[in-house]
Design a protein around this ligand. Structure first.
Ligand code: GYE
Length: 634
């Protein structure tokens, strides 16, 4: 072979090897990219948090929907993994499930308890051991958990009752309450809410058909078995999607589906579930029972990241779904929330400066506005409703994004709230509530459970001042007349008092939550021929402190000769307990700023506002006052 030919062959071989090498390199590069894309190549432990989900059972449709909603929300957060357990409605198994999840090293527990009382201790144990706990749907007793998220079943029942009344158009009619698992806590609350509305219409006759589980075939059979009884029925209220579906199928079989209308509750959104049945014209109205799964993951992330503003309880809003709004309801569920961090302007109408609680509340609101980058227009109304109404009108004129009101009294707000609604400005009630003739004039209430505070005050008296041969005489110092804390603390106190023979309220007077008026009421009472009071129940600390000074000036030893119980739990109250002059302070947390501003930012970012946001509260007495006083935040 000639040299040239040899050299040519060698060159050809070199080119072929080079081409092979380049191809091999490109192939390896391509494979690496593919592996990188499906995440296998460089295993990145992207999981930051593992959340345990302990579900009471996965048999009930609503509970399954809760887990599915959690799973759907988690998919948006690659840094989270969940482990779900099914207690099959067995208390002991749920306790074992929780222990197992803890052994897996979860960072946070979400639990929907089989039984509130039976799981209270287990939840408290986990929480106090340092693992955050979110309780769903059925709350446990007390406040030993991070957050409770659940529906307002009484409200769901009331909305169902209103739908039935609307369907009957004011005419006489016969309504059948068709309820599976009717004696569970949540269904009892729904039935109570339903009855509270329908009972106002004497022309509506109500019958019941209760059975033990919310299965559609049991509801189907229950309707078929009713036979002749169905002929006068105009509307059926089914307390769940599946009960409503079973009822519809039975009516369709009997050829009665056009004659008898159905109102259901839960409002699942899968094919052939509640909302579908609305769109198909099978069900006239469906009251949604939000599961809270989406909110649970959103709040879990805030808790794990130790963000401020997480409240103690979030009560979710239920919607009345009809053919008119079903599509928009489904669209809203899918709406993504984006907080673009833009400046939000909030108009805040504050009651005044009547108490230490109020001053702490104002500080909390103002500090949180800064923290959450919210421009605050703040008005102090000096306990005048007229000034508050004028301030709200100013906020409307200035086109603020949100109006927040701490209403000095509960009534008299309809007109100005209607003006805010007409201007498209959402109104949040902070601290105190309002009662309006028209529904939905305010979006959310954030504050305390005043009824529970009143109950706690009387429970403390019952447990620490034993009834004796002589009946204990109680003097009650009340807040502003017509203010929700005054009305509800008084109601809660009386609710427990009625169960406690050996105690009676012998005198009750409005002190408007101020020190001066609390002192004045006691001074005037001391002018009577004899002092016959054993216990003073003050609706807030400032009035209690006024009473203490009045008693001391008169030579009566407060805390000893007369036991004094107040509400708020301010540092001044702790000082009085340390000094033995006050016996008990039921906490009412004024630090609403962070949960309020977080809820406002969430609302502006598109999240649905809960119907109520409740803060954490405890009961303190002289046995813990000295140990805790320096840690008090207000
Ligand atoms: O108890 C009292 C304040 O609205 C809960 O008002 C608040 C009450 C609180 O003046 O100190």
């Amino acid at each position: 072979m000639k040299i040239q030919e040899k050299e040519g062959m060698a060159m050809r071989k070199k080119i072929i090897w080079m081409a092979f090498g380049i191809t091999a390199l490109m192939l390896m590069f391509f494979l690496a990219i593919c592996q990188k894309k499906n995440g296998d190549a460089d295993y990145q432990d992207e999981v930051e948090y593992v959340i345990g989900v302990s579900q009471a059972n996965m048999r009930e449709a609503w509970r399954l929907a809760l887990v599915k909603e959690i799973e759907k929300e988690v998919k948006k957060h690659p840094e989270i993994r969940i482990i779900t357990t099914d207690a099959t409605e067995l208390v002991d198994k749920q306790k074992q499930d929780v222990d197992k999840l803890l052994k897996f090293g979860i960072d946070l527990l979400i639990i929907s308890p089989c039984d509130t009382r039976e799981l209270t201790e287990k939840v408290k144990e986990v929480y106090e051991d340092g693992t955050p706990v979110i309780v769903m749907d059925r709350s446990v007793e007390g406040f030993e958990y991070s957050l409770f998220i659940g529906p307002d079943n009484d409200m769901i029942g009331r909305q169902a009752g209103e739908s039935v009344v609307e369907l009957l158009e004011g005419e006489p009619g016969k309504v059948l309450k068709l309820c599976g698992d009717a004696y569970s806590v949540q269904n009892q609350e729904r039935i109570q809410g339903f009855d509270s509305v329908v009972q106002k219409y004497p022309q509506i006759e109500v019958s019941t058909n209760y059975f033990d589980t919310e299965q559609k075939d049991i509801a189907y059979d229950a309707i078929l078995e009713m036979g002749e009884e169905l002929k006068d029925i105009d509307v059926i209220f089914g307390n769940s999607d599946y009960v409503a579906k079973g009822a519809y199928d039975a009516l369709e079989y009997l050829g009665l589906e056009k004659q008898i209308k159905i109102v259901g509750s839960d409002g699942f959104t899968e094919r052939e579930d509640g909302v579908d049945m609305i769109l198909d014209g099978k069900i006239a109205a469906m009251i949604s029972c939000p599961t809270g799964g989406r909110e649970a993951i959103q709040y879990a992330i805030s808790i794990l990241k130790q963000e401020s503003g997480v409240p103690k309880q979030v009560i979710l809003r239920s919607h009345t779904i009809t053919k008119k709004n079903a599509i928009s309801y489904l669209e809203d569920l899918e709406k993504e929330t984006v907080d673009d961090g833009r400046m939000i302007t909030v108009g805040y109408s504050q009651v005044g400066q009547e108490s230490q609680w109020r001053l702490a509340n104002t500080r909390s609101i103002q500090e949180a506005a800064q923290e959450f980058k919210i421009k605050l227009l703040f008005d102090d109304a000096d306990q005048s409703q007229a000034k508050q109404i004028a301030a709200i009108r100013r906020f409307i004129k200035e086109k603020v994004d949100v109006i927040v009101v701490s209403p000095v009294v509960a009534t008299g707000w309809d007109d100005v709230l209607r003006e805010a609604k007409a201007a498209g400005i959402p109104v949040v009630m902070s601290d105190r509530k309002v009662e309006t003739r028209e529904k939905d004039l305010s979006t959310t209430y954030i504050g305390a459970d005043f009824m529970e505070e009143g109950r706690r005050a009387m429970r403390w008296i019952r447990d620490h001042i034993p009834a004796g041969k002589k009946t204990h005489n109680i003097l009650e110092l009340k807040g502003n007349e017509g203010a929700s804390p005054t009305v509800e603390r008084g109601k809660g106190f009386l609710e427990v008092l009625r169960e406690c023979p050996g105690y009676q309220i012998v005198y009750s007077e409005y002190g408007n939550f101020t020190y001066e008026e609390g002192k004045q009421i006691i001074e005037e009472y001391l002018q009577r021929e004899s002092w016959d009071i054993d216990i003073i129940f003050a609706h807030n600390d400032d009035m209690a402190l006024g009473a203490i000074d009045a008693l001391e000036e008169y030579g009566i030893s407060p805390g000893t000769d007369v036991k004094i119980i107040s509400v708020d739990g301010t540092k001044a109250a702790f000082r009085a307990m340390v000094g033995g002059k006050l016996n008990c302070a039921v906490e009412c947390n004024p630090l609403l700023g962070a949960p309020l501003m977080k809820a406002i930012r969430d609302m502006i970012s598109g999240k649905e506002m809960p119907v109520r946001i409740i803060t954490e509260e405890k009961v303190y007495d002289q046995s813990v006052a000295e140990e805790l006083i320096n840690s008090r935040a207000y």
